[in-house]
Structures are given as structure tokens and as C-alpha cells.
Write a protein that binds this ligand. Structure first.
Ligand code: PEP
Length: 251
């Protein structure tokens, strides 16, 4: 049975103490019970990772929001995958649309990041998704197909088993405009079929594919009810412990 995951991408929000308080609140509410087979993951800013690791119980995962595409050296301001792992984090978000857009991250660079993350023992949460223009032109499937193919190039089936996919239509991120349950299911199905071609039906069937884009406590239930939607990557609503937990309890 594939894992259900609800991951909170805090983006560039919360000062250190606010982040610790939020992690404490999530821990407390999660301790009151979660649906079976649901894992929570928190992705705070880099500066918070080591401190928040001290707070979280073993059953709540910790993720960085990015890592460098180089191993080490003269790359001022960068944080390597191994450094992320050394904080105790187990996951890293790679290829978020905000990084693809603002930091001009290319498919080739993301492929390097995925490989470095895997070598560091991290489980990448690899994001893909089309923008509004691409959706309106009807080329959304083609865009996502290419992101998956190039992003996962030369990654073996054994390595891929550690990767979580997040489908995040860019037009739905932070806009309040959510994909319909059918749009989400269609794309998740499409992604799983592509993964079947790359890694076989067993591995594709075991892959967790998250939906992201204005997911909140009111719409999570209908999105997660789809057979190929295995949870969510949550931005805005992950900054409130009550909302984040309500989303996790929507399964
Ligand atoms: C995200 O940034 O990954 C995201 C899904 O954001 P939001 O939930 O705020 O749309």
C-alpha cells in the first residue's frame, strides 16, 4: 500500500521561534490522532531545520525546501543535500515552481539536485506542474511529461523508490484557485502511467503522488478521495496547525 502524505511547505515564512511554536502545535495536534497510513512532513526554512528536528517526534518528517546542485565548495549562500541531511531532515523539496520561476532552475539542474539528494540519503519531493498559459493552450500533459522525463533522467528504479512526486499546477499555487478533483485525478493518473513506462507498474503503483495548489480544509477531502491522489503539498494552509491537521484528517 502506498503511503499517504501531507507535507507543509512553509516557504519564506516564520522567524525561528515562530517556526518552533508552529512545529510544537503540529506535534501536539498530531498526537491527538491521525488517519492510518498518513505521514506528516514539515518543510521549514533552512535556518529552522536543526532546531525543529529537536521538537518533532519520529513519526513527523522534516524536509528542506531546496538544496544545491553541487556537492560542496565555493558556492556562497548555497546549502548542500548532505548539509540538509546532517540536520536530521529526511526529505527535500526539489523543483518547486517558485524556484523554477524565480531562480531559473532548469530540468538538468533539478536532475543533478535529485541525484545529490538521493546520494545524501534524502527522499526528494519532486515537484512538477504547468502554468496557466500552458493549461489554456492544452499542453499541460506534455509539459509535465517533459518535466518528469528530464528531471528523473538516469535515476534507477531502486533510487526512484525514494522519490515522492508532487503535482502542483502553477495557476493554483497561492491563488485560491484549486484544480478540480477531475483535473487533479487526470494528471495524477497521467503521471502514474508515465512512471509505469519508466519503472514498471509495481513501482509506479507504490509511488506517492501529492497534489499542491490552494489545498485547504474545505477542498482536501474531495481531492484526496481520488484514487491517484495520495495527499498534498500544502503552502499557505500549512502555516496554521489547525488547518494543516484538518487537511491531514480529510482522508
Ligand atoms: C506550494 O507552494 O507548494 C503550495 C501548494 O502553495 P499553496 O498551498 O499556498 O497554494
Amino acid at each position: 500500500m502506498r503511503r499517504k502524505i501531507v507535507a507543509g511547505n512553509w516557504k519564506m515564512n516564520t522567524l525561528l521561534q515562530d517556526g518552533k511554536d508552529l512545529a510544537e502545535a503540529v506535534k501536539k495536534k498530531a498526537g491527538q490522532g491521525l488517519p492510518e497510513n498518513v505521514t506528516l512532513i514539515l518543510a521549514p526554512p533552512f535556518t529552522h531545520l536543526a532546531g525543529i528536528k529537536q521538537i518533532l517526534p519520529d513519526n513527523i518528517g522534516l524536509a528542506a525546501q531546496n538544496c544545491a546542485s553541487e556537492n560542496s565548495g565555493a558556492f556562497t549562500g548555497e546549502v548542500s543535500a548532505a548539509m540538509v541531511a546532517s540536520t536530521g531532515a529526511e526529505y527535500v523539496i526539489i523543483g518547486h515552481s517558485e524556484r523554477r520561476l524565480y531562480n531559473k532552475e532548469t530540468d538538468a539542474e533539478l536532475n543533478k539536485k535529485l541525484k545529490l539528494a538521493l546520494s545524501a540519503g534524502l527522499s526528494p519531493i519532486f515537484c512538477c506542474g504547468e502554468n496557466l498559459h500552458e493549461r489554456e493552450k492544452g499542453i499541460h500533459s506534455e509539459v509535465v511529461r517533459k518535466q518528469i522525463e528530464l528531471g528523473l533522467a538516469d535515476i534507477s528504479e531502486e533510487e526512484f523508490k525514494n522519490i515522492i512526486i508532487a503535482y502542483e499546477p502553477v495557476w493554483a499555487i497561492g491563488t485560491g484557485q484549486t484544480a478540480t478533483p477531475d483535473q487533479a485525478q487526470d494528471m495524477h493518473r497521467f503521471i502514474r502511467i508515465q512512471l509505469e513506462g519508466m519503472y514498471g507498474s509495481k513501482t509506479a503503483g507504490d509511488t506517492t503522488i501529492l497534489y499542491g495548489g490552494s489545498c485547504n480544509p474545505s477542498n482536501a477531502g474531495v481531492l484526496f478521495a481520488n484514487s491517484d491522489v495520495d495527499g498534498g503539498l500544502i503552502g499557505g494552509a500549512s502555516l496554521k496547525a489547525d488547518d494543516f491537521l484538518a487537511i491531514a484528517n480529510s482522508f
